[in-house]
Design a protein around this ligand. Structure first.
Ligand SMILES: [Zn+2]
Ligand SMILES: [Zn+2]
Length: 166
């Protein structure tokens, strides 16, 4: 098998879309696999989310992410089991809302919403001690703000939602 553009170069790779043989020089890596230059530069319809659908996706992602995050920051030890579940669940809800298409931007919005939801509780408690006027209130402030369970939840849940949607 020889490359379509370079008839003297032998290759084992074919474009994942049109099936043309392509050599490493002609190959374009895309999120959906190896493509020839023509197919790789076209935007995959999988990534084209119509605006109304995207708006629904944003609403679901922001509300779902914040609710998921607020629940998540209270889980304490159960965060290990439940954070990936909640992250995947939110990602799945958004994915359904945008008819199983993919959107890296929406993935980011959803991940940020999860973070904001998870930090809402700790942040509210932390702000009661803001601005920290003495070392003791500074300690209290950081103890609330750096609530390890909330941050751990974000670390485990946000990527699960992100990878589901990107
Ligand atoms: Zn192609
Ligand atoms: Zn080539």
């Amino acid at each position: 098998m020889f490359c379509t553009n370079h008839p003297t170069v032998e290759t084992l790779v074919t474009c994942g879309k049109c099936g043309k043989p392509i050599c490493p020089r002609c190959l374009v890596d895309t999120p959906v696999g190896q493509r020839c230059r023509e197919c790789g530069l076209q935007k995959s319809p999988l990534y084209q989310v119509p605006l109304p659908l995207l708006m629904v996706g944003i609403v679901v992602g922001v509300i779902g992410g914040i609710i998921g995050g607020m629940i998540g920051s209270r889980l304490q030890f159960f965060v290990f089991f439940l954070a990936p579940v909640i992250g995947t669940f939110v990602g799945e809800a958004v994915s359904r809302a945008i008819k199983r298409k993919h959107s890296p931007a929406l993935a980011l919005v959803t991940a940020i919403a999860i973070g904001l939801g998870a930090l809402a509780g700790p942040l509210r408690l932390a702000l009661l001690h803001f601005p920290p006027s003495d070392p003791e209130s500074l300690m209290t402030f950081s103890r609330y703000f750096f609530n390890p369970w909330a941050w751990l939840f974000i670390l485990l849940a946000a990527p699960s939602a992100y990878w589901r949607l990107r």
